[in-house]
Design a protein around this ligand. Structure first.
Ligand code: COA
Length: 185
């Protein structure tokens, strides 16, 4: 995988890097410390999140990058892991993908995700041949809706009960950006 190593700088102290297996330990530490915060809207950060889950996630990310060019990146600030961002539901045939993301609670409120998502959307729409990027969020997840809105994504409506979250089926608000609308931003 050596050839795939790269990092996007997104601002002075923040960098996006592909996951490597030696990052699994720190992933577990950060996810566990933020488990309650993250599991409010995401299913994968379970109470028993451990090394085998982190390693399986990283192996899958590496395989998906090698096979389909899917980006799955850690977000690092001053060399500390503070979050992640990656492509979901990628349909290369349609040049379309969704983006998922998370931040440690203490890394919120400073625009890190807005900058990270802007960099990834720009990369996909301008340099990697994608035509459509979706951000799908639970409608009451104001912080995440605000990221999509700050980037100029258009609200397209609500998919009802589309995601199983614990014992509930929850709605997703669908926001999307098209290559033609991204332009030179
Ligand atoms: C969704 C999530 C990533 C948003 O984090 P966030 O910190 O609100 O987003 P940003 O990093 O873009 O920061 C925006 C905040 O920084 C402020 N900010 C400061 N400088 C900024 C800048 N240069 N650019 C943009 N915003 C800036 C904004 O005003 C905003 O603060 P506010 O919420 O008080 O208005 C985070 O809440 C999270 O991880 N939640 C749990 C997991 C989750 O829900 N994931 C998404 C599932 S769809």
């Amino acid at each position: 995988m050596g050839g795939m190593r790269f990092a996007f700088p997104v601002g002075a102290a923040v960098e996006l890097s592909p996951w490597e297996l030696d990052m699994a330990d720190i992933m577990v530490v950060v996810v566990r410390a933020n488990q309650e915060h993250l599991s409010r809207y995401l299913s994968w950060p379970t109470k028993d999140y451990g090394l085998s889950a982190a390693e399986a996630f990283i192996r899958q990310a590496q395989r998906q990058y090698a096979e389909e060019g899917r980006l799955t990146l850690g977000i690092w600030e001053h060399g500390q892991l503070v979050g992640g961002i990656g492509m979901n539901n990628t349909q290369w045939e349609h040049r379309a993908t969704a983006l998922g993301y998370w931040l440690a609670a203490s890394a919120q409120g400073r625009g890190i995700m807005t900058r990270a998502a802007r960099a990834v959307v720009n990369e996909l729409l301008r340099f990697r041949g994608f035509n459509r990027v979706v951000i799908a969020v639970q409608p009451d997840n104001r912080a995440s809706c605000a990221v999509a809105e700050r980037l100029g994504f258009q609200w397209e409506g609500v998919s009802r009960q589309v995601y199983r979250h614990g014992d509930r089926f929850v709605d997703w608000a669908i926001y999307a950006m098209l290559a033609a609308d991204w332009g030179d931003r």
